[in-house]
Design a protein around this ligand. Structure first.
Ligand code: FAD
Length: 414
């Protein structure tokens, strides 16, 4: 590496997705010299999240990124239709409603905003190696662009390189997985009918599947289905889309919504697992977004968490004025709020998607409780990390007084 050219920054961010670009914007606005390394020349549809929960929309407002999301064509989607068929208004206590958008467009706009805020955007360039601080040498990132290798040195490296994070691998932190054994298949849809201001989130009554449709306000909608017995192969090949549509109809999506629907992008399957590291900071290397912890996409919390990670890390950097305490402060906060979100997601998945008679009884009892007192259902979309995850909250959710707490945020590898 002796002859490899090197440059020095306060912060190097690996990955220019929502987490990385937002962190770069906030740290550059705070006066840090920041470089962001992104491997793609253009962002493409990877079948990722396009529905931002109300509490994530509140993050956008808090971060002053509303105009950036508007430039990317973000669309308000305040109403949701579930099993009851009645549209329900979704919002935070402050009135923020869900947003939908093209994920690649938001990525482009956020990265452009990072550049405007003063960050150096290095693109296309591949991060080949990440090294935490060791033997008195600061953390570093080795990249390759246009066939040449370079080393970027920094006080802080932010690993924001997504679900298959290289930064996570080299960090050497304790990793956990909670397996759901559920597979979601998603696709971009065109010509979706029905009102453009409402999503559909239809769980079949006995836990036999789910369909979600999120109109983007630009003639397209993101659709996802889950069927307990389906495999990735069912959604592949020339019959894959027909299989998807059949599942959507069986969930009860109204025919006026589906009648003229067309496939407008790849149809891809994802296992709905959680996987995360404890305390996502070590020796000058902080992990944010999916690199720190992937959240089950069924509940659509990943982008909101990515935005919150960026804010928490930047605020810690500003408040602490030194990398080490800032990194540890961020990691403690991240552990806490990710655990809250994951716990409530697992309560809901366990109740709503378990098969069998006993599970049917549990669902009935819980639903009775929610209709008597809607506050029994944890408002994950509106309150996210501010929710309570105590045993009392779990019992209120299930409508039972004698049940032991499950999923108190502990790692479960089943
Ligand atoms: C099917 C599905 C549906 C989802 N639905 C929702 C939803 O409705 N709502 C929601 O909030 N969340 C949803 N999510 C989750 C959400 O998409 C993610 O949590 C979020 O996109 C994570 O952003 P990120 O920036 O951490 O990672 P990414 O978006 O993966 O960004 C990582 C970036 O790093 C770059 N990169 C990776 N490796 C390298 C390298 N070696 N060198 C240089 N660059 C590199 C990549 O090109 C990429 O741009 C869904 C996820 C899936 C899979």
């Amino acid at each position: 590496m002796r002859n490899t050219p090197s440059s020095q920054f306060d912060v190097v961010v690996t990955g220019g997705g929502i987490a990385g670009s937002t962190a770069a914007i906030l740290l550059a606005r705070a006066g840090a010299s920041v470089a962001v390394v992104e491997r793609t020349a253009v962002f493409r549809d990877r079948v990722r999240g396009e529905w931002l929960a109300p509490w994530g929309a509140a993050e956008v407002r808090r971060l002053g990124l509303g105009e950036v999301f508007e430039r990317a064509g973000a669309h308000s989607l305040p109403w949701n239709v579930s099993r009851s068929g009645r549209p329900r208004y979704q919002a935070t206590p402050e009135g923020d409603v869900p947003l939908t958008f093209s994920h690649p467009r938001v990525q482009e706009e956020l990265l452009a905003e990072a550049r405007s805020a003063g960050a150096t955007v290095i693109r296309p360039a591949l991060v080949e190696a990440v090294a935490p601080r060791q033997h008195g040498h600061g953390p570093s990132v080795t990249i390759q662009r246009q066939g040449r290798r370079e080393v970027l040195r920094a006080s802080l490296v932010v690993g924001a390189d997504g679900r298959s994070s290289l930064a996570r691998k080299v960090a050497g932190l304790a990793e956990h997985t909670h397996r759901s054994s559920r597979m979601l298949a998603g696709v971009l849809l065109g010509n979706v009918g029905g009102p453009g201001d409402r999503s559909h989130f239809l769980i079949r009554p006995r836990g036999e599947g789910l369909t979600m449709i999120y109109p983007r306000g630009d003639g397209y909608a993101r659709g996802y289905v889950f069927l307990p017995d389906a495999t990735e192969a069912d959604f592949r090949g020339p019959d894959g889309f027909a299989f998807f549509m059949e599942a959507a109809r069986a969930s009860g999506i109204p025919e006026d919504v589906l009648e003229h629907v067309t496939q407008e992008g790849p149809l891809a399957g994802f296992v709905a697992d959680d996987s995360w590291v404890d305390h996502p900071y070590r020796d000058g290397l902080a992990l944010v977004g999916d690199a720190a912890g992937v959240s089950d996409p069924t509940w659509g919390m990943g982008m909101s968490l990515a935005l919150l990670d960026a804010r928490t890390l930047a605020e810690a950097w500003i408040a602490e004025g030194a990398v080490e305490p800032a990194g540890h402060h961020y990691a403690e906060q991240r552990d806490r709020y990710y655990r809250t979100v994951r716990t409530v997601e697992n309560w809901q998945s366990d109740l709503l998607f378990s098969p069998g008679e006993e599970a049917d009884q549990r669902r009935l009892r819980a639903a009775r409780g929610w209709s008597q007192d809607p506050t029994r259902f944890p408002d994950l979309n509106g309150r996210g990390p501010d929710l309570e995850t105590s045993e009392a909250a779990y019992r209120r959710f299930l409508g039972l007084d004698d049940v032991a707490l499950r999923y108190a945020g502990e790692p479960v590898t089943a």
